[in-house]
Design a protein around this ligand. Structure first.
Ligand SMILES: Cc1cc2nc3c(=O)[nH]c(=O)nc-3n(C[C@H](O)[C@H](O)[C@H](O)COP(=O)(O)OP(=O)(O)OC[C@H]3O[C@@H](n4cnc5c(N)ncnc54)[C@H](O)[C@@H]3O)c2cc1C
Length: 384
């Protein structure tokens, strides 16, 4: 990757990273583990930068249109959020029927969690997930395919595990990608073989393992096989870092709200870590029920809290719906929209002026069932 190995939760770091992006090298090499992918995802997920401004900034130096690979990959994020807006919490359950007759486990097996499956491409990816909070797209796809089709783990259990460890963890992109690999948000299961790994990540070649077989065999196993199990019993090569329902250092209690009578208040949440223009009082909010449901690694919390504490005037943690209800009537309240469960509903209260998340594509009123249909619908407007 040409992007960073460490992510500083600051806009300047994100913009400097945008300025290093090479769209031509990206198109040529993005499938390779050491290819020129951007590494922008943690900043984009947490709203330190948004896609329209990234695209505008890139266009100051490069000619970029809908046919460019980087633009269509940005489009995948727009598509997943389009689908999420329409499906709501439906993204957390099978969008389409799963493969018939297959029994999936609701538990991720210990050897997978501990990076000792014996498949180098998988074990190295799990270690990288814990060590850095980021994975190349191919590694995410390999992990998802191996877990669901090779090990018969239900995609939801494994998606919940992965999203908590990712710095860029985004329920829309993550859970719908897992479903795409599982075949419940696509027309067929995503499968990969040892030759695919050897081509895109020779350092993780996995000859002689479960994945070293024909696509016909892999497909048969996905539809009819059971849990393939680890290659052989091995010692753990990693321990999963704990996932936490609150920040590890400061554990904010549900607190009384500062005196906000007569103030304009902006509610900052973890997916919009930017102080808005104007003089509003910026109250950073953590909606506790969400974080109990989708806990995060300490690394993820530190990334979010560093930016949140820097960009806000006070921090509040508790039930966001109750806070919105309790704010003084004289306050004007604004917030950036988010689709995250609990946050979304609380901010939909009539009193909150919700600003839409900036998009570089349209967000059609009728749901598009696939990326192809979505891109056909929206890409014409991108170049013009
Ligand atoms: C199982 C699985 C889980 C995933 N979970 C997440 C997640 O939680 N959060 C997340 O942002 N992405 C997720 N992705 C999509 C993709 O893997 C990451 O966005 C990408 O690897 C981030 O690295 P990058 O910034 O270098 O991406 P680049 O390839 O450089 O792309 C630039 C930006 O475009 C967007 N993008 C690119 N590809 C995709 C894609 N396929 N889907 C959605 N957005 C894309 C991202 O915002 C990314 O930062 C997942 C993919 C899979 C297969």
């Amino acid at each position: 990757m040409t992007g960073p190995r460490e992510w500083t939760p600051a806009r300047e770091a994100a913009l400097a990273c945008v300025d290093r992006v090479d769209p031509v090298a990206y198109a040529r090499s993005r499938n390779h583990l050491r290819g020129a992918v951007t590494g922008l995802s943690p900043w984009i997920t947490h709203g330190l930068i948004d896609l329209p401004e990234v695209l505008a900034r890139l266009r100051e130096r490069h000619r970029l249109g809908a046919q460019d690979k980087l633009v269509s990959e940005f489009g995948w994020r727009e598509f997943f959020h389009h689908a999420w807006r329409h499906l709501g919490e439906g993204i957390l359950a099978d969008v389409r029927p799963p493969l018939p007759g297959v029994r999936y486990s609701g538990r991720v097996p210990d050897d997978l969690l501990q990076a000792c499956t014996g498949v180098p491409a998988i074990d190295a990816s799990v270690r990288a997930l814990y060590d850095t909070g980021w994975l190349h797209n191919h590694q995410r796809m390999w992990l998802a395919s191996y877990a669901v089709h090779g090990r018969k783990v239900h995609w939801r259990a494994a998606a919940d595990w992965m999203v908590g460890h990712l710095l860029d963890g985004d329920l829309g992109s993550n859970h719908l990608s897992w479903q795409w690999c599982a075949g419940t948000f696509s027309s067929k299961p995503y499968l990969f073989d040892a030759a695919n790994v050897a081509r895109y990540a020779p350092m993780l070649a996995s000859p002689g393992t479960f994945i070293d077989r024909s696509y016909e065999d892999l497909d048969r196993h996905a539809r009819q096989g059971g849990d393939a199990g680890p290659e052989r019993v091995r010692p753990a090569s990693a321990e999963p870092p704990p996932l936490l329902a609150q920040p590890p250092e400061a554990s904010p209690e549900a607190s009384g709200c500062p005196d906000l009578r007569g103030r304009d208040v902006h509610l900052m949440h973890p997916w919009a870590l930017r102080r808005p223009a104007g003089g509003a009082f910026v109250l950073a909010v953590l909606h506790r029920p969400f974080h109990q449901r989708f806990p995060w690694s300490a690394r993820r919390w530190r990334f979010v809290m560093e930016a949140m504490l820097r960009e806000s005037d006070a921090l509040w943690c508790g039930d966001l719906a109750q806070l919105v209800h309790a704010l003084p009537q004289a306050c004007t309240i604004s917030a950036r929209a988010t689709l995250n469960p609990g946050y979304r509903e609380a901010l939909a209260a009539a009193r909150v002026r919700v600003e839409p998340v900036p998009r570089f594509t349209d967000d059609p009123d009728r749901p598009c069932g696939s990326f192809t249909a979505f891109w056909k619908r929206v890409s014409g407007a991108i170049d013009g």
